[in-house]
Design a protein around this ligand. Sequence first.
Ligand SMILES: NC(=O)c1ccc[n+]([C@@H]2O[C@H](COP(=O)([O-])OP(=O)(O)OC[C@H]3O[C@@H](n4cnc5c(N)ncnc54)[C@H](OP(=O)(O)O)[C@@H]3O)[C@@H](O)[C@H]2O)c1
Length: 270
Amino acid sequence: MIKHAIITGGSSGIGKAVAKLLASSGANISIIARDATKLKIATQEIAGSALTSEQKILHFVADVAQLSEITSVIQKAIAEQGTPDLLITSAGIAIPGYFQDIPVENFEQTMRVNYFGSLYAVKAVLPAMETAQKGHIVLISSGAGLVGLYGYTAYSPSKFALRGLAESLRGELKPCGIKVSIVYPPDTDTPQLAAENKTKPPETKAITATADTWSAEGVAQEIIKGINQQKFTIAPGLEMTILNRFHSLIAPLLNKYFDRLAKNQSTTQK
Ligand SMILES: NC(=O)c1ccc[n+]([C@@H]2O[C@H](COP(=O)([O-])OP(=O)(O)OC[C@H]3O[C@@H](n4cnc5c(N)ncnc54)[C@H](OP(=O)(O)O)[C@@H]3O)[C@@H](O)[C@H]2O)c1
């Protein structure tokens, strides 16, 4: 049973939905994000899903892209609630657009938040998990971490990087009794997706429209199921399962299909 889960990005979307499910099964929760007001509201919502009134649902304000901030709040969370059985790094941003239009700063920021923000959190929980000789680290990547997608030149590489981190870290932490998982969520109805849709090029819209959009709760259920089954890869739904198993094999076909969708879309625009 999970006694304490730390969730970065737990104030919204997928992170909050996972926090609520974990709370409903009796876990103490520590959520981390930047916006204090959103954190407070989410904390109340998560507490409303708790199994008992004794559970502690705490929130901590930090920017995951700042090593000192995320390290300090994770240490505080551990001091308050004990060594976490689970770390989920769900904090993330996505800024779609045409490569030439995206300023270099946005590429750097996306890497800092999505990749380094996750890595810093892992670094911060590891000493306690190593002492306990147990724990589970769950990194949230994306379907765009399996295949590069038109319009996602800033986002996809940050999610590919997480895949590399998870794959290399898994074997290193296994002897210490610490598990690692990587999640490839499909498009999910969250504030992030709504924001993305505002700047997505029409070609990206045409490509992403080929896949179903999930609810945050549906994705959260699959994440919890994967954690309980101790799966390394958690790929919710048939599309992500196929993409995860066969992405290298089907890449040439997918590229042809996506190129055709993008071309049709560009022609329609003219
Ligand atoms: N939604 C999708 O379609 C989809 C698909 C595949 C993968 N994902 C991934 O799933 C994860 C969760 O996404 P979501 O859709 O649930 O997004 P969301 O609803 O926008 O939630 C993002 C969370 O991350 C926090 N966050 C963002 N930047 C942060 C920073 N620098 N430091 C600390 N916290 C930060 C946000 O809070 P503050 O803004 O207050 O900091 C919020 O709590 C992300 O990693 C995303 O890339 C999403």
